[in-house]
Design a protein around this ligand. Structure first.
Ligand code: ZN
Length: 289
């Protein structure tokens, strides 16, 4: 037995499965899971998307999956980049389903002038827990774990005093302690988005951090600023990195908005993007933010 393990270890670099093949199996299994778990997402529709699994895995070994959609008719990288993130809280199921709905709409003329990177499930361990949890498998609220400048001073204190040690809002042992958080930070650094849209539920509002004028209303959702939390994505990307971050809080975590409400939200969002994400980015890798 020991000899077998030893030989297997020796053989691994030579005979390991090519990354590509392993990756597509991982994505297929992930799509099958989502198709079963989410009423509004079909496994077939998920398979049809060209999702890519990152090399990084979650503590439970689940994949972190992205899809890039280039701008229509533009081979280059001049078009503004929009990063969409769903499911950073694993029990906010509609935040994932809405992102899948948007994937169907990204080919429409208004949306196709932008480049999109879509991360439908940023916290797969939380989603796949039974029951699903806000936090990841280590019990950390990923949206309080980003490496914001105020984290060391404020995050633990905030958790103890303001949330009274709410286990659903535990920020972690240290800033960026979680693989998912570090991976999201890397996504922001690599993709250099001009806008980040992060979808949540169920507070039924819009929140915003960053430069450029704030959105006032998307469909039935109105701006209602919740404040800046140590370790949140809005704080990290919007305040610290000065990338506009829109936080969409859907009205219900398990029941989707009506088709009409989804459509109105989408149209207002694209309209806001058209008016506000045009002058911000300077093309090229030296773009100043
Ligand atoms: Zn949330």
């Amino acid at each position: 037995m020991i000899r077998f393990i030893f030989l297997s270890l020796l053989a691994m670099p030579v005979f390991s499965v090519p990354a590509q093949a392993g990756e597509s199996e991982v994505v297929d299994a992930w799509c099958d899971y989502l198709g079963n778990r989410l009423r509004s997402v079909s496994a077939d529709a998920c398979h049809a998307q060209n999702f890519v699994a990152a090399e990084v895995r979650t503590p439970q070994g689940n994949p972190l999956v992205t899809r890039d959609i280039p701008a229509a008719g533009q081979a280059g990288t001049e078009a503004k980049r929009i990063l969409v993130i769903g499911g950073i809280h694993g029990d906010e199921l509609t935040s994932i389903s809405v992102v899948f709905r948007w994937l169907d709409w990204l080919g429409q003329a208004d949306a196709a002038t932008y480049q999109w990177r879509v991360i439908p499930v940023a916290n797969p361990d939380g989603l796949m827990a039974k029951p699903s949890t806000r936090v990841n498998a280590n019990g950390v609220d990923l949206n309080r774990n980003f490496q914001t400048p105020d984290w060391d001073r404020d995050a633990q204190d905030y958790w103890v005093k303001r949330t009274r040690r709410d286990p659903r809002r535990y920020p972690g042992k240290s800033a960026g302690s979680e693989a998912e958080t570090r991976w999201l930070q890397d996504q922001i650094a690599d993709y250099r988005p001009d806008l980040i849209i992060s979808v949540h539920a169920p507070y039924n509002l819009l929140d915003y951090d960053g430069p450029v004028p704030e959105p006032m209303r998307f469909g039935r959702l109105s701006l209602n600023r919740l404040g800046v939390y140590p370790g949140s994505m809005g704080n990290y990307a919007g305040v610290f990195k000065q990338i506009p971050v829109i936080t969409i809080e859907l009205p219900n975590a398990t029941s989707m908005p009506s088709q009409r409400d989804q459509q109105a939200m989408w149209e207002d969002m694209l309209k806001w993007v058209r008016h506000n994400i045009k002058d911000l980015a300077v093309p090229g890798p030296t773009a100043k933010r």
